[in-house]
Design a protein around this ligand. Structure first.
Ligand SMILES: *Cc1c(COP(=O)(O)O)cnc(C)c1O
Length: 468
């Protein structure tokens, strides 16, 4: 294998040492598998470099976290300055400027509809916080029976035991099922389910009808609905019509349950607006701010918020949520914390990220990038080996047809792409790219070409394409 060789000094490669000493996430430990992790020594812009100096285009933004490239000089400078002043202080009883400024600026991005921020470190923790806060809100307001949750089919909200309860991805959940208080799972608005003649909006309407049927029965026991707005990432970049979001908001109001928007993957400009939820009333309304009542009750951010630099997550919520926790009794307080809650370095990286959005007019620029991506992917979109080609902002995805994908498609595609300077990890048969916001039109074109060439490498029936 490529990195297995021992160097003259007898020292093992980084990949070999890693396989011995590091238990890698989301990775099978197979008895006869001698594949090693790719040892990355350096990053610059959208590129990652291995120990041999080979480069790889980070087409999925290092698990969807990187927004402005690796070793971004402006984020680096902000972090270096923060390092000189304050690296960390506990946020219970203390505060610091980066945590305050970040909360104020995020609240302002929702025009004040979401009034405050609760900090944590990982996405899954943010989801747990939103679930716990929702349950606790209802208990504090005299409705303790509301303690069930609703999630969407194939939804993904993280892998801690609480977050798995609202995650409907079998490979992550089923082994731990005995530990989990499962949520109600309702139909996803995933537009791929359209039957002949049905539009994406029709599918969304069907999904809303199923949600309403559940709420009509059980709203008295339900605390909250949790959704990934616009794109269900881990489901395989499943996309839906925005009308689902506004419809879900209306149902949550009618049946008095909370709405939790998990924007851990789709927030921070990924789908064309800073918050994906801004599109809940359709594309046209992205320009005009949403009225306060049209926002979710809770909105979770993580991944891109720190620019992909440091673990940071947070939950924005409506001001009335916090009001239900104002009381002298300890039992009414939200006594949740993580050691690194509101870490100043992570908050500073997030502020530098927000500065980049403002100074470089990133939301506007990303519209053009989305067009470059769409143009570059046109040959793939026309390829008969692919179906359900879809794009929302800077997420592009397509499903490789089962008959041409073959066994272990994802792993074979990943390795073949690496040989073409491309780092991608398909989800099952879903091929997707979710690049950092730093590529130009030429790089988009190159990316499209490499994906097509890789598809030729790994599918045996290239003749299908030419025959069509
Ligand atoms: C990644 C992700 C999470 C979990 O975040 P972690 O930081 O990995 O715990 C939750 N929800 C969504 C939608 C995600 O994409």
């Amino acid at each position: 294998m490529d990195h297995l060789s021992l160097s003259p000094g007898g020292t093992q490669s980084l990949g070999q040492r890693s396989r011995n000493a590091v238990w890698h996430p989301c990775t099978r430990l197979r008895p006869d598998d001698d594949a090693l992790p790719l040892a990355i020594v350096r990053g610059e812009g959208p590129w990652l470099f291995d120990a041999d100096g080979r480069r790889y285009f980070d087409a999925t933004s290092s698990w969807w976290v990187n927004l402005f490239g690796h070793a971004n000089p402006r984020i680096n400078a902000a972090l270096a300055a923060q390092l000189e002043t304050l690296e960390h202080v506990m946020l219970a009883g203390c505060t610091h400027a980066p945590a305050v400024e970040l909360a104020e600026r995020l609240s302002a991005l929702s025009a004040g509809a979401l009034g405050n921020v609760f900090y944590a470190s990982d996405g899954a923790s943010a989801v747990e916080i939103a679930l716990k806060m929702s349950f606790h809100y209802w208990r504090n307001t005299g409705l303790p029976a509301k303690r069930e949750f609703v999630c969407l089919r194939n939804g993904y909200h993280g892998e801690t035991v609480g977050a798995l309860a609202v995650t409907d991805v079998e490979i992550f959940r089923d082994a731990y099922d005995p530990l989990i208080r499962r949520a109600h799972v309702v139909m996803s608005p995933d537009a791929r389910q359209a039957v002949r003649g049905e539009s994406a909006a029709d599918v969304a309407a069907r999904a809303l009808a199923e949600l309403e049927a559940l709420l009509r029965e059980r709203a008295g026991q339900i605390a909250a609905l949790i959704v990934e707005p616009l794109v269900q990432g881990a489901a395989g970049m499943a996309m839906h019509d925005p009308s689902y979001l506004d419809g879900a908001r209306a149902l949550c109001d009618r049946y008095r349950i909370h709405l939790i928007a998990d924007e851990i993957a789709v927030g921070c400009g990924r789908t064309g607006t800073f918050f994906a939820w801004e599109q809940s009333r359709g594309e046209a309304s992205a320009e005009t701010p949403l009225p306060a009542h049209a926002w979710p009750d809770f909105l979770c951010l993580s991944k891109g918020i720190s620019g992909g630099y440091l673990p940071l997550s947070l939950v924005l919520s409506r001001p009335e949520i916090q009001r239900a926790f104002v009381a002298d009794e300890l039992a009414r307080s939200f006594l949740h914390s993580h050691s690194y809650t509101g870490n100043p370095l992570a908050c500073r990286a997030a502020l530098a990220t927000l500065d980049l959005f403002e100074q470089d007019n990133v939301i506007e620029q990303n519209r053009e990038r989305a067009r470059w991506l769409s143009d570059a992917m046109a040959p793939l979109a026309a390829d008969p080996r692919l179906q359900h080609v879809r794009q929302r902002g800077l997420v592009w995805a397509a499903d490789v047809r089962d008959d041409v994908a073959g066994a272990e498609f994802s792993s074979r595609f990943h390795h073949a792409a690496r040989a073409r300077e491309l780092l991608v990890r398909p989800i099952g048969n879903t091929l997707y790219v979710l690049p950092p916001y730093v590529f130009d039109a030429a790089q988009a074109h190159w990316l499209g070409q490499q994906l097509l060439a890789t598809l030729d490498d790994v599918t045996t029936s290239a003749e299908v394409r030419h025959a069509a």
